[in-house]
Design a protein around this ligand. Structure first.
Ligand code: FUB
Ligand code: ZN
Length: 659
């Protein structure tokens, strides 16, 4: 049943007609949709992929057992859940917290629903039923839902505006419900029940009545609703939701009908004409993700150059080695090109997530490897650092350096159990269970393998369903075995991603490069016979085999410790190197380097040894060698960046001085 629903979502027919000149909302509404449109490459949903490795499977389990209940508990303690009950007249009281706290609850429900999609849990389902009843009660008769106003419209707490939709630049009426749409769709797909979906649709219908050409021409100050509306469109097939999403994309930067909100909200020029990544990083990348969805589903090419130019602006000039973005704390956003300070790097966990969403979508449109390279870099580094092994402490900013004293994490030096503004923890809880959905994708007879982790997957090529499995200790070693577990169509091709780190490309562009510039080697064999497949767009193409059950493909990716330098324009990293191995960025912590990290230097020619330490933090790779502190040779040790701040807090750095 669940799988059927998913397939029907994937097979949605959208009638579209591409019109390169479309830029404004009013033209969009006149568009005569007439073709079936979607991403040419379709992801294999996480519900079809069971990850059973030692790296991600424990994270997915901890997310379910610890992070999810912990997030609900914190939402309860901080009044986030009660706000719905009060707004719905079920309890007495005042609104408590920040004006976008409703969105936190929606994000946790989304994560809980993903969990339910793969594993029945009657207790969790009942909990959600109860919570959704409160949310439904909080909805006003015409569909409006924003507990901050509903609780006391006459004297709304900070963040509600005097009337509905009166301060779109700042208040989050549209942002909150965007998250509600995503959560409601997830809940519907998990349970088949419409309780939450109907609340979301009623709200979206109201938003559709209020906003549009000739109506309220404003846009949300914080994007998100665009992706949410596209998801509503996918489950209902009602074009009005897609058109509304397109309206919000096209209306941004259009001063007809609304005063522009400026660069902070990417509302300074028409999106189709934007060329640089500016403003608040989460808003920006949610927006680019939504715009990519709209482009794919409506067939418009009007955004193509903006999407390409902005992506290059980020990857060529504004991204940290960890995949983090948004260098500046002052506006949680992008700074100027090449300004990438390490200790004050804001690099919000939500921004990393938003950039993952966008890169995956860009891949689905193009099939180009560079997008999944960035995705993988964020996944293992900038994103994963945001959640502890225990699953109940978090990073909001993710700096690449600390003196062990500065309270960089919303008032804390180190991981924090929770934040007043808790957008990051609740974002993590919805991403972790969906990670298996990023491993595979399919187009016609081709199966893309984008990520390497042990799993068993049910795929579909053409009309045929079949099963494959993957076996590997990635990211600690590069040996990967893919086994065909059932009969598959002979014409099936496997497109295996050659990771950027193996192709000698830290990321496309010249922001970062490896010092030794020899590409690492790799080997491929099919049923123990070496093959030399063609490469297209960064993927090894394994085709032309008469596949049968039991066939296997073996990949051997050479993993070595690599030294990375950044472009000289990045002042913060001058005379410094960073260490990587496979997809993992390493960092040095004071706890492993007794003389501290700030004063140590490495020799550019030094060699380093990689070891897997099964006793350290549940098992992880370490890099060892020698460093110099005040001309004295010391032993040096680095651990994966994602694992930092789990022991005594002290100095930490990704970028290390070289002699
Ligand atoms: O405004 C909602 C969320 O709170 C943003 O996405 C985060 O950056 C944080 O400011
Ligand atoms: Zn956040």
């Amino acid at each position: 049943m669940k799988r059927l629903i998913f397939l029907s979502v994937i097979l949605l027919c959208v009638s579209c007609e591409s019109d390169k000149s479309e830029k404004r909302g009013d033209e969009v509404m006149d568009t005569n949709f007439s073709e079936t449109m979607d991403y040419p490459i379709q992801p294999v949903p996480f519900t079809s992929v069971r990850v059973d490795d030692d790296f991600w499977a424990p994270r997915i389990k901890t997310n379910k057992d610890v992070t999810l209940p912990y997030n609900f508990q914190k939402s309860d303690e901080t009044g986030r859940l009660r706000n719905f009950a009060i707004a719905g007249g079920l309890e007495e009281g005042e609104f408590e917290g920040i004006f976008f706290n409703d969105s936190d609850v929606f994000k946790i429900i989304e994560g809980a629903s993903y969990t339910l999609q793969v594993e029945d849990d009657p207790e969790l389902k009942m909990y959600l039923d109860d919570l959704i009843a409160k949310i439904a009660a909080a909805q006003e008769d015409d569909g409006y839902l924003y507990t901050n106003r509903t609780i006391n419209p006459e004297k709304a707490a900070d963040g509600a505006g005097e009337e509905r939709w009166t301060n779109l630049a700042v208040y989050h009426e549209l942002y909150n419900v965007g998250h509600m749409y995503e959560a409601a769709v997830a809940h519907y797909l998990a349970t088949g029940e419409r309780t939450f979906l109907d609340v979301a649709l009623k709200n979206a219908d109201l938003v559709n009545e209020v906003f549009g050409p000739g109506k309220n021409m404003g846009v949300p100050g914080h994007q998100e609703i665009e992706m949410g509306l596209v998801k509503l469109y996918r489950v209902t097939r009602d074009l009005k939701y897609l058109k509304l999403a397109k309206f919000f994309v096209d209306q941004r930067g259009n001063d007809e009908g609304h005063d522009l909100f400026g660069e902070y909200c990417q509302d300074h020029e028409l999106f189709a004409e934007q060329e640089e990544a500016v403003g608040h990083a989460v808003r920006a990348c949610y927006f680019y993700s939504g715009a990519t969805d709209v482009a794919a589903l409506t067939g418009t090419s009007a955004y193509d150059s903006a999407l390409q130019n902005i992506w290059e602006d980020i990857v060529y000039r504004k991204i940290y080695l960890t995949g983090g973005i948004g260098a500046e704390p002052r506006h949680e956003g992008f700074g100027p090109a090449y300004e990438l300070p390490n200790a004050t790097a804001y690099t919000e966990t939500c921004a990393a997530i938003a950039l993952m969403f966008w890169n995956h979508r860009m891949f689905l449109r193009s099939g180009e490897v560079k997008y999944m390279d960035v995705f993988e870099r964020i996944l293992y580094n900038g994103f994963l650092a945001g959640i502890s092994f225990e699953g109940n402490t978090f990073f909001y900013p993710n700096p690449l350096e600390t003196d062990g004293v500065a309270t960089f994490n919303q008032g804390v030096c180190g991981r924090s159990p929770w934040f007043d503004c808790s957008c990051c923890p609740v974002n993590v809880v919805r991403v972790i269970p969906s990670i298996p959905g990023y491993i595979y994708a399919a187009k016609d007879n081709s199966v893309y393998v984008n990520l390497y982790m042990s799993n068993e997957a049910d795929l579909e090529v053409g009309e045929t369903k079949f099963r494959i499995s993957q076996h590997t200790s990635y990211p600690w070693n590069g040996d990967i075995k893919i086994i065909i577990e059932s009969d598959i169509p002979e014409e099936t091709s496997f497109l295996l991603r050659i990771p950027g780190w193996l192709r000698n490309e830290v990321m496309t562009g010249d922001l970062y490069s490896y010092i030794d510039d020899a590409a690492l080697s790799y080997s491929v064999s099919v049923n123990d016979k070496k093959v030399d497949p063609e490469i297209e767009k960064g993927y090894l193409i394994i085709s032309g085999h008469s596949w049968k059950k039991g066939d296997q493909i073996d990949l051997g990716f050479d993993m070595k410790v690599r030294k990375v330098v950044s472009n000289d324009k990045v002042e913060a990293n001058l005379n410094k190197i960073a260490l990587e191995r496979g997809p993992i960025v390493f960092c040095a912590e004071e706890v492993d380097n007794q003389m501290g990290v700030a004063d140590l230097s490495l020799q550019e020619e030094a060699s380093f040894v990689f070891d897997y330490d099964s006793n350290l933090l549940g098992g992880l790779g370490t890099i060892r060698g020698n460093s110099f502190v005040n001309n004295k040779e010391e032993s040096f040790k680095a651990i994966p960046y994602y694992a930092w701040a789990h022991r005594n807090m002290g100095e930490m750095a990704v970028w290390l001085s070289v002699d």
